[in-house]
Design a protein around this ligand. Structure first.
Ligand SMILES: CC(C)(COP(=O)(O)OP(=O)(O)OC[C@H]1O[C@@H](n2cnc3c(N)ncnc32)[C@H](O)[C@@H]1OP(=O)(O)O)[C@@H](O)C(=O)NCCC(=O)NCCS
Length: 158
């Protein structure tokens, strides 16, 4: 594989790069505090880099490990590196971590309009198991208020 990900834990030095990517890829980016809370809570907070440039973060993910299940909270790929199977590699890694932690399923919420992410998840065995009405309420950079439903998806961990 051309772009093989190297995984490591997110640390404080990574926040500027992660925040920059987060703001580029989401209409409703997470604030830094939420990410810091994930690290403080001991969640799986993983960054992916490439051998060609170990200082550049190309993707990252946050996942909560619960009893017999994991909850994928965030998976993001630097726009310059999308469509190069990096999210797919990261998802495989997260499924492996889930299996090691005896999880039987991994679940997540995704914006109904986020077709790229929905396709990614379907490709990796996730099925839609429900909907949360108006789960996302945010103001766009143009100042427009948006309400959007979330699709809940789950995959068996085998
Ligand atoms: C969704 C996201 C993580 C996908 O990352 P990626 O590294 O580009 O995904 P991959 O290259 O591994 O793609 C795997 C599959 O997902 C689907 N997919 C990915 N991007 C897609 C797009 N823009 N349009 C349609 N399908 C897409 C395709 O089925 C693709 O397989 P293919 O390339 O063989 O057609 C990335 O677009 C991203 O960071 N988006 C913004 C953040 C986000 O929405 N995260 C999900 C939150 S729930």
């Amino acid at each position: 594989m051309k772009n093989t990900l190297i995984y490591s834990k997110i640390t404080a030095i990574d926040w500027p790069q992660i925040i920059e990517i987060e703001q580029q890829v989401y209409p409703n980016p997470w604030p830094l505090k939420i990410m810091q809370d994930c690290v403080a809570a001991g969640y799986q907070c993983i960054k992916g880099t490439l051998a060609t440039n170990p200082d550049e973060i190309v993707c990252y993910a946050f996942m909560m490990v619960g009893f017999e299940e994991t909850n994928l909270l965030n998976i993001s790929v630097n726009p310059q590196y999308q469509r190069q199977s990096l999210a797919s590699q990261m998802l495989h890694r997260l499924m492996l971590v889930s299996r090691i932690n005896q999880a039987k399923q991994m679940w997540l919420e995704v914006r109904e309009s986020n077709l790229a992410a929905i396709r990614l998840y379907e490709k990796h065995g996730f099925n839609s198991i429900g909907k949360r009405r108006n789960y996302y309420i945010y103001t766009t950079v143009e100042g427009r208020k948006v309400k959007e439903h979330a699709i809940v998806m789950a995959a068996k961990i085998q």
